[in-house]
Design a protein around this ligand. Structure first.
Ligand code: GDP
Ligand code: MG
Length: 598
């Protein structure tokens, strides 16, 4: 029957190793898209114009493949999120699959990011089909790459498929191997509905569109569904599959991967990893692996031009329509004026949002260094939560400060355990345990303050493990720590947006490092600018930016007018991301200097 003919899989690959090209070939060979309609890289982000229509992008397509055994199989190709550091989202997409195609460039070999995602796939017990791509390249070394796969991943690569996604070589074999190697979905049609949400997208006509994998049961138009994490109920208005455009169906049943719409107004109600069930015949328990995602990292976002405050709010509201994890509220800074305090999942999420605001909404922004949230017991007996260092009360009013701690799992190949432990110790880490997952991989577990993770942890981890470490963490609670507020004074005035909360033991070193960094990043002005770091009234580090430098135009002795104009334009572009703080012009970089200590 139908279920036996379903194959659900993802393609795991490092960027540029040919994932999109292979997906295109698979779509062509299965006649999902006629060759004449083929535009390169169908699975990749649709441009905004197309997004506005009814074709929205969901990370899954349904294909029909007539195999050599004469039977027709239903393939669901599920795309993992582009930003692989969202390991929770990636893990939920993989949880919707029984198998993964591991695609490795024959000339480049196994790369770090491939490894991180293969680890996630192995964790989910997926069947992995190794593929070595770009064998048409003169520099291809498939035999070497096979060995790499065996040594670094511990996967038998003797029967790896050799392909050229470019010419199509080997792709028919890929299709056959999907049928033979990847198991059909298990699950039970007669059990109450259990569907995994692995993605969701907001559509202005239909409300939130849920991408789901049906684990048990069946769902049809008219059913009342319930989201198990928050008990919210909705009536199903449409179900269907992407092929690759939306195709309506009467129902989705066990093993299927498709979409559900139910006039859901806000994406904040729909959480990746949540379970959809039926209100009148609910499943007894939700699927494993759900995690409530909440902001972990907060940062102030301010328009360089104060008049753009409303534009910034509208842009954030628009982004929020499609981003369940994004939170914000207005914030006022003495130094930077009106802006928003924005909560993010992590640093990468922060980068993505910042980039979209600047690129898609054409806003010039100043962003303050990210902070975690702190619980503060005051001497007057009250407890407050702050996510902005500038709000920390004077030390005389503070009894205890607690900071979020995480349990961090760092997966690395054996050889890198030493460097990983060194970094974790330096970051106030408390060793918990170490598991050997197999001959090659170790999972090192530490309790760490979240604030230390956002301060440059991932970069250090990557650089000392050649990029092979993957990091995952979960907040476990709050612990009291010896924390103090460090203020930065420019020209004698404290700049609220440059305040940070640091551990006492690190205060002097960080103070000195920040001052040194600010001295590098703040350009010379017409007057001398003293920079100081202070804890309370005590100055712990100081430096000075010397007065003015020569006029840029002085260099071009009058003559060449285009060169002059170019220089002026360059200077103007540099200025754009500057903000006058009191009388001092401070560039965006300076606000981030708190982060990079080395
Ligand atoms: P993705 O980042 O993994 O989605 O990679 P793409 O599919 O975008 O491919 C990256 C580049 O490699 C593109 O320029 C492709 O044309 C090229 N490419 C993909 N597959 C092959 C192949 O089998 N042989 C050769 N020579 N180039 C390929
Ligand atoms: Mg691609």
């Amino acid at each position: 029957e139908r279920q036996k003919h379903i194959r659900n899989f993802s393609i795991v690959a490092h960027i540029d190793h040919g994932k999109s090209t292979l997906a295109d070939r698979i779509l062509e060979l299965t006649d999902t898209i006629a060759k004449r309609d083929m535009q390169a890289q169908v699975l990749d982000d649709m441009p905004l114009e197309r997004e506005r229509g009814i074709t929205i992008k969901l990370n899954a397509v349904e294909l029909h493949y007539k195999a050599k055994d004469g039977e027709t199989y239903i393939f669901h190709l599920i795309d993992t999120p582009g930003h692989v550091d969202f390991s929770y989202e990636v893990s939920r997409s993989l949880a919707a699959c029984e198998g993964a195609l591991l695609l490795v460039d024959a000339a480049q070999g196994v790369e770090a990011q491939t490894l991180a995602n293969v680890y996630l796939a192995l964790d989910d017990d997926l069947e992995i089909v190794p593929i070595i791509n770009k064998v048409d390249l003169p520099s291809a070394q498939p035999e070497v790459v096979k060995e790499e796969i065996e040594e670094m991943i511990g996967l038998d690569a003797s029967d790896a498929i050799l392909t050229s996604a470019k010419t199509g070589l080997g792709v028919p074999e890929v299709l056959e191997r999907i049928v033979s190697d990847i198991p059909a979905p298990s699950g039970d049609l007669d059990k109450p509905l259990k569907a995994l949400i692995f993605d969701s997208v907001y559509d202005s006509y239909r409300g939130v569109v849920l991408a789901v994998r049906i684990e048990d049961g069946i769902v049809q138009v008219g059913d009342t569904i319930e989201l198990m994490s928050n008990k919210k109920r909705y009536e199903v208005t449409e179900v269907g599959v992407m092929s690759p455009k939306a195709v309506q169906k009467d129902y989705l049943m066990v093993g299927d991967v498709g979409y559900i719409t139910a006039a859901i107004k806000t994406i904040q109600d729909t959480r990746v990893g949540d379970t959809v069930t039926l209100a009148d015949n609910p499943a007894d328990k939700p699927l494993d692996g759900f995690r409530q995602i909440t902001p972990m990292v907060y940062s102030g976002l301010f328009p360089v031009d104060n008049a753009k405050f409303n534009d910034l709010r509208e842009a954030l509201e628009k982004l929020q329509l499609n981003d369940a994890a994004l939170e914000f509220e207005p914030e006022t800074s003495q130094a930077l004026g009106f802006g928003f305090r924005v909560g993010f999942l992590g640093l990468l999420h922060m980068d993505v949002v910042q980039e979209r605001l600047e690129r898609d909404f054409d806003l010039d922004l100043i962003m303050t260094a990210p902070s975690v949230d702190y619980q503060v017991d005051k001497t007057d007996g009250t407890t407050i939560t702050i996510d902005n260092p500038a709000e920390l009360p004077d030390s005389s009013e503070v009894k205890e400060i607690r900071e979020p701690y995480v349990k961090a799992s760092i997966m690395v190949p054996n050889d890198y355990v030493g460097p990983v432990m060194e970094i974790a110790q330096r970051k106030r880490g408390e060793f918990v345990t170490m598991d050997y997952l197999d001959k090659y991989r170790v999972n090192v577990i530490y309790n760490l303050p979240l604030s230390e993770i956002i301060y440059d942890f991932f970069d250090q981890l990557k650089s000392s493990t050649k990029g092979y470490a993957s990091l995952d963490y979960e907040v476990t609670g709050y612990r009291a720590s010896d924390l103090v507020k460090m203020d930065i004074l420019l020209n004698g005035d404290p700049v609220d947006a440059l305040s940070s909360i640091v551990h006492k033991d690190f205060a002097y070193d960080r103070g000195r490092a920040i001052v040194a960094k600010l001295k590098e990043t703040i350009p010379r002005q017409q007057f001398e600018v003293p920079i100081q770091a202070a804890i309370g009234t005590k100055i712990i580090a100081r430096s000075t930016v010397k007065a003015y430098r020569k006029n840029v135009l002085a260099k071009c002795y009058g003559g060449d007018i285009t060169r002059k104009r170019k220089l002026l334009e360059k200077q103007k572009a540099g200025k754009k991301r500057m903000k006058a703080v009191g009388s001092v012009e401070v560039p965006q970089k300076a606000f981030m200097s708190i982060l990079k200590m080395n």
